[in-house]
Design a protein around this ligand. Structure first.
Ligand SMILES: [Zn+2]
Length: 454
């Protein structure tokens, strides 16, 4: 059996590698296959299709929003080739070598944390299955293959390059319970995606079909958590040309929100409006939603974003300044260089420098072309936010009036008066996904409560 495994110490290449202490382990696998790993993972066994009432009798664990989203992503194949939450061998390999144990590149831990005390209380052990519930309804099963503790500080140091609590990824990791539970996940009750996200959330299989229907074979992904200003619009246009793409897949990250972020509804609806208003032709631009909680892992998260969009059928992924970065933890263009260190991932990174407003060029100009750097007016999200928050009308060249109109509509309709996340939005927004009530089958009644464990 041929299995070549070798280690390439990256710090030999440059004094300050973007990958820190990561030692890339390359096995004899073809990382270019699409979906990642060659097969689109789909682990679906819906209760409504019948015949699996026994899962309702399993020990139940209610999961938080983040884990519910990740169950969905695993089961529908956004995370192909992952079939479940990672065991120690995979996690060690990801943490130290940025690949799964089988050699496929993977950069971000996908783990299910639980308290040892809760496991003991539920008498859950290796070999058991658990029913994961969300909003008190069945969501997925987890077949427990491994239960293990892990060094969270080590994980942070390797994945985030820091153990400072000021880093949101470090904070998230530290908040994990003291055990990781590993094993395959199967979705048993698909959530209802609520408006307006129902127009944008599609499974990888559905997105791949859409791209095929559109006749796109070269597709460039645009990751966003923003309402698009002109800089973003031109970034997409520039990447479309640079990639010689057939189309642009906008992949809006919808997940945990913090005060001051744009509300999720505004992000997807403004991107859609750019197309509807003709700034992009109907057949070159498609807006979709990805349910993901940003880890802000900089270059490692860039690799992760590329792999997920590869699973959606994209061939290219645009990366701008400080992609998925936070504070000053990562070098501005670390997310670009990391791809040079990796094998062919089957999705190419498209470098995008800044677009700014230049009064001399009399328009939006590209950093790599405009020679009036000293006169540039930056089109940063922060700048646009301050304009909107100040109640001033932004110049049409910086934020399209059509986009601003949608921002205002969203503020009224979804944002309790503001396009930015505030306390009311955090407390009372319509959830992105809701669960179908599963009818009780134990007593043939129509109540929506789960039967007690037998
Ligand atoms: Zn200029």
């Amino acid at each position: 059996m041929l299995q070549l495994v070798f280690y390439r110490p990256l710090w030999d290449n440059s004094p300050a590698s973007d990958m820190g202490n990561t030692v890339l382990k390359q096995a004899a696998v073809d990382n270019s296959l699409s979906p990642h790993g060659g097969v689109l993972v789909e682990r679906l066994a819906f209760l409504r299709d019948g015949g699996q009432d026994q899962v309702l009798m399993l020990p139940r664990i209610e999961v938080r929003d983040q884990l519910a989203r990740e169950c969905l992503n695993i089961a529908y194949g956004f995370f192909s080739p992952l079939t479940g939450f990672m065991g120690r061998a995979d996690l060690d390999s990801v943490v130290h070598g940025m690949t799964l144990a089988n050699g496929y590149v993977w950069s971000i831990p996908i783990v299910f944390d639980l308290a040892a005390a809760q496991l003991a209380e539920l008498e859950v052990k290796v070999g058991d299955s658990i029913l994961l519930t969300y909003q008190d309804q069945p969501l997925a099963t987890l077949d427990v293959e491994e239960i293990y503790p892990y060094d969270k500080e080590l994980l942070c140091a390797q994945v985030y390059g820091t153990t400072e609590a000021a880093h949101p990824g470090v904070l998230r990791t530290r908040a994990y319970q003291d055990r990781f539970v590993a094993g395959p996940v199967t979705l048993v009750n698909p959530p209802v995606i609520n408006p307006p996200f129902d127009r944008f959330w599609r499974t990888p299989r559905q997105i791949r079909q859409t791209l095929s229907d559109l006749g796109w074979s070269r597709v460039v992904a645009h990751q966003t958590r923003n309402v698009p200003h002109s800089g973003h619009e031109w970034l997409m246009k520039g990447a479309y040309l640079a990639a010689e793409a057939d189309g642009i897949l906008v992949s809006a990250v919808i997940g945990e929100k913090k005060r001051g972020d744009y509300i999720d509804e505004a992000i997807v609806l403004t991107h859609q409006r750019l197309r509807d208003a003709g700034f992009f032709k109907q057949d070159v631009h498609y807006t979709s939603a990805l349910l993901w909680d940003m880890r802000y892992a900089g270059p490692r998260e860039a690799v992760f974003h590329a792999l997920v969009r590869k699973n959606l059928g994209c061939t290219h992924h645009m990366f701008g300044r400080d992609h998925a970065g936070v504070g000053s933890y990562y070098d501005t263009y670390a997310a670009h260089r990391i791809f040079d260190e990796l094998p062919d991932l089957g999705i190419k990174s498209v470098l995008t420098l800044e677009w700014w407003y230049c009064p001399v060029c009399a328009g939006v100009a590209y950093e790599g072309l405009c020679g009036h750097q000293d006169q540039k007016q930056e089109l940063s999200g922060t700048f646009i936010r301050s304009i909107i928050q100040g109640g001033v009308e932004p110049a049409p060249l910086t934020l399209r009036p059509e986009v601003l109109e949608v921002v205002r509509e969203c503020a009224d309709r979804y944002g309790f008066g503001s396009p930015f996340v505030g306390d009311e939005y955090l407390a009372d927004r319509t959830p992105v996904m809701s669960m179908h009530a599963v009818e009780c089958t134990c007593c043939a009644c129509t109540c929506t409560r789960l039967p007690e464990k037998v």
